[in-house]
Design a protein around this ligand. Structure first.
Ligand code: MRU
Length: 365
């Protein structure tokens, strides 16, 4: 099967962002073109592109698209537009901190260049050529964020693979695979790397209500790699553990607080409790860009509330009475004490404590 990239930039600074529309998977693998910041915002909001690292990468390219509207204008116009477009993209989804991390990194790179035009580009139309150079530098920054995530995912896979043993069953939730990142994934990277090293694994995949990222995306990825995969309803996780079908649980993360509390797809907290009750290790795999050290604990993590129709009218079919009251948080927070280790590109954070996190992340994200 032809390898299709989760997302990629096409062309130069006047190019566009192409991404797999994940809402159509697994039935259709279709690439869409985002040619302005509004299209990127919509793609993030509607989960055409989703998963914390992929959202961050898309937003970085979204900034580049937003700046195309001021191409040829002066430096001040570029900075004003940069601020507007970054704020706008930041409003797409609230929980995955990689979105804000990537936007901040783009703004930071731009700030380093502000007012530093070499004298040759200061002419009758001041700093026009310099603004174009800044736009090019920002595209290079977005590409760097993208490329770094590729390497990060491979490193997470390498570090995490040692936690899994030949013949084990592993449970995962939502999709933390190649589709949620530049490539290869976080939680799935651990599984892929273990499988590539010759370990035979049996992966149980929660379907992940209400948007079925597990059923639609994770099974699709695992099947492509020939890994033994069994799909279950979310409500079956307890019995799968009770029957000792799995010896490890691995998920990704959307935001990790300084004390190690982890926000991830709704249902993850339940898995953490179940794993503890059955003495099964629960691991979280995430890049350092998913940590938010400004938050002392998970209590401060903003949780996205999504459209009730995702529950009452899932995939276009009404399954609840009209006007029923609905609660639809997209994420929950798993307390650090339920997590055996966090696997990041720098290695294992174990035990998951404030101190150990500070040690590993000391050199920054
Ligand atoms: O709502 P989604 O599909 O964006 O939620 C995604 C998750 O919860 C993932 O587990 C998380 O972003 C990690 S992806 C490597």
């Amino acid at each position: 099967m032809k390898h299709v990239e989760t997302l990629h930039w096409v062309g130069e600074v006047d190019g566009y962002l192409a991404l797999i529309d994940q809402t159509l998977l697994p039935l259709k693998c279709v690439e869409i073109q985002c040619r302005n910041a509004e299209a990127v915002w919509e793609a993030i909001k509607m989960l055409r592109v989703r998963g914390a690292p992929a959202i961050g990468i898309a937003a970085a390219y979204g900034v580049c698209l937003g700046l195309q509207t001021v191409a040829g204008q002066a430096e001040d116009a570029l900075y004003q537009r940069l601020g507007e477009v970054a704020d706008y993209l930041a409003s797409s989804r609230p929980t995955a901190v990689n979105l804000f991390w990537a936007l901040e990194r783009m703004k930071q790179r731009a700030a380093e260049l502000r007012g530093r035009a070499p004298t040759r580009s200061v002419g009758r139309r001041p700093k026009v050529g310099w603004a174009a150079e800044i736009a090019e530098t920002l595209l290079a920054e977005a590409r760097a964020i993208h490329e770094e995530d590729r390497r990060t995912c491979r490193a997470i896979g390498r570090h995490g693979a040692e936690l899994l043993e030949d013949g084990q069953g592993v449970l995962t939730h939502c999709n933390a695979g190649g589709l949620a990142t530049a490539d290869y994934g976080t939680a799935l990277a651990v599984i892929f790397a273990a499988a590539e090293s010759g370990k035979r694994l049996h992966v149980y995949v929660d379907e992940t209500r209400p948007l079925l990222q597990g059923a639609r995306l994770t099974t699709w990825e695992l099947k492509q790699r020939g890994i033994h995969t069994t799909l279950i309803c979310d409500s079956m996780a307890a019995v799968v553990m009770q029957q000792r079908r799995v010896q490890a649980v691995i998920t990704g993360a959307d935001r990790i607080a300084a004390n190690g509390d982890v926000a991830n797809k709704i249902g993850t907290y339940g898995l953490g409790l179940l794993a503890a009750a059955h003495q099964i290790p629960f691991y979280v795999a995430a890049p350092t860009s998913t940590f938010d050290l400004s938050l002392s604990s998970g209590a401060g993590i903003p949780i996205e509330q999504r459209d009730p129709r995702e529950i009452t009218h899932g995939f276009g079919r009404q399954t609840a009475p009209e006007e029923i009251d609905v609660y639809n948080p997209a994420f929950d927070v798993t307390p650090a004490e339920l997590i055996r280790a966090i696997i990041c590109q720098r290695g294992l954070i174990r035990p998951v404590t404030r101190q150990r996190i500070a040690e590993v992340l000391g050199a920054g994200r």
